[in-house]
Design a binder for this molecule. Structure first.
Ligand code: HOZ
Length: 429
């Protein structure tokens, strides 16, 4: 495979865009590669500027659950485009998308649309602080909740990929009120709640972590978290930006049967356009301006084109059997990868949740960020590069999840497993 056009475009971008990219992980630095510049996409396939095709397991980092250029989503976008692209005034589409989310996600009674996951988590935390009158927040190591100042503590995703402990530009005072605990550590959780429970405004968590690779909650962890947050009057925020409409139609909260107070969404609900949202208990959401005093606003919030893409996507996701089919394809992929790795004696830990999948190059188990970090990153890099050369487009970081879409067929999964089999066999022991 040649990448001359991608290389040329990357050099041009480097002159005018920091690192040549508009979001760090996609620069592929941690895997000592250069990014592919994408020309077009269709179904589960991506085509780069050199005309190479790839089976895509990034799916725009989650949103493309229906694959690329789903005909219904494209038609909905085109229809709305003809009426204008932004009005800065309410449209019926916003209420329609709100209803679709509320009907699907058990805990959401009211919802506010924003433009990104970062905006959603940042706003939900401000709301929780405004609602409780407390300042302290609690998160978990390796979870990533966007790039707001207070959340860049022991964060996953690009922060983990680039091995940045925090970030210059974040004043110490902004993170002083942020506590971070190991994911899945019930003992530490109980202890901190005993010590500081009554000062904590909110706990924010990815109910299935997808930004340190894929790490699932151990039995009872989310239940304990729900019980303790309720006991101490703490707002429990599920960051379902990644897991919403992915792990299940109603998100991870529906799958695990836990009702958070607030939920952050993004990715899938925008159907590939920039949308985020936060929603939850009516009494808490009623504190948002202009109904309440907690301020949050946005010129492009509820943008009609983005709403139309989200509506078309969520309508289609109601299809009976769709989630079972996605989960079954993801299981086939997970089992195929595990068998292929075993045949070459490569220790891997593979887990999945709905249509999300993660693979660590270690014998496992992986229950938290420290265990995720024991993955053999050199081996991951070699695997990533060789898979890309075979036309399989994986996340260029050990600390990201993979995503399967309805557009992946059994043949795509089989092709992926066959490629992995050859790559595993070629990896240095
Ligand atoms: N940090 C996001 C993934 N967890 C998005 C990365 C990107 O778009 O480059």
């Amino acid at each position: 495979m040649k990448h001359e056009q991608s290389q040329r475009l990357f050099q041009q971008a480097l002159n005018v865009i920091p690192g040549g990219v508009n979001s760090p992980v996609r620069a592929c630095r941690s895997v000592a590669a250069e990014p592919l510049f994408i020309d077009r996409a269709d179904g589960c396939m991506l085509y780069d500027a050199d005309g190479n095709g790839y089976i895509d397991y990034i799916g725009s980092w989650g949103p493309m659950v229906l694959g690329h250029r789903d005909p219904d989503v494209i038609a909905a976008i085109e229809a709305v485009l003809r009426n204008g692209t932004s009005f800065g005034a309410p449209t019926a589409l916003e209420t329609q998308l709100a209803h679709l989310v509320i009907d699907a996600v058990p805990s959401i009674e009211m919802i506010r649309m924003v433009n990104s996951g970062t905006e959603a988590t940042m706003s939900a935390i401000r709301l929780a602080r405004g609602f409780t009158g407390r300042d302290m927040i609690l998160k978990f190591d390796g979870c990533y909740h966007g790039h707001a100042d207070a959340l860049l503590v022991e964060a996953g995703s690009g922060v983990a990929t680039l091995q940045i402990p925090g970030s210059p530009g974040v004043p110490q005072a902004f993170v002083e009120q942020t506590l971070s605990l190991p994911y899945n550590d019930q003992e530490a959780l109980v202890q901190i709640m005993d010590q500081k429970g009554d000062q904590i405004a909110c706990v924010i968590i990815e109910p299935v972590a997808g930004n340190m690779g894929l790490v699932k909650p151990v039995d009872g962890f989310l239940e304990t978290l729900r019980e303790l947050t309720r006991k101490h009057g703490i707002v429990l925020i599920f960051d379902e930006v990644m897991t919403g409409f992915r792990v299940a139609h109603g998100g991870a909260q529906a799958h695990y049967g836990i009702t958070p107070d607030l939920t952050c969404l993004g990715k899938v609900i925008g159907g590939g356009l920039p949308v985020g949202a936060y929603g939850g208990r009516r009494d808490i959401m009623a504190r948002i301006a202009p109904q309440g005093p907690v301020y949050q606003a946005g010129t492009l919030s509820g943008n009609p084109v983005a709403m139309a893409a989200g509506i078309a996507t969520l309508e289609k996701l109601k299809t009976v059997g769709l989630y079972a089919d996605l989960a079954s394809k993801t299981r086939t992929l997970a089992e195929g990868l595990a068998d292929a790795a075993a045949r070459s004696d490569i220790p891997v830990t593979i887990d999945r949740a709905g249509s999300m999948l993660g693979m660590f190059f270690n014998p496992g188990p992986v229950r938290d960020f420290d265990e995720a970090k024991t993955s053999d990153l050199e081996r991951f890099t070699a695997f990533y590069k060789a898979m890309r050369q075979k036309g399989i487009y994986l996340a260029p970081s050990q600390f990201e999840a993979l995503f399967v879409s309805t557009a992946h067929t059994a043949a795509h999964i089989e092709q992926t497993v066959q490629a992995a089999e050859k790559v595993f066999a070629s990896l240095p022991g």
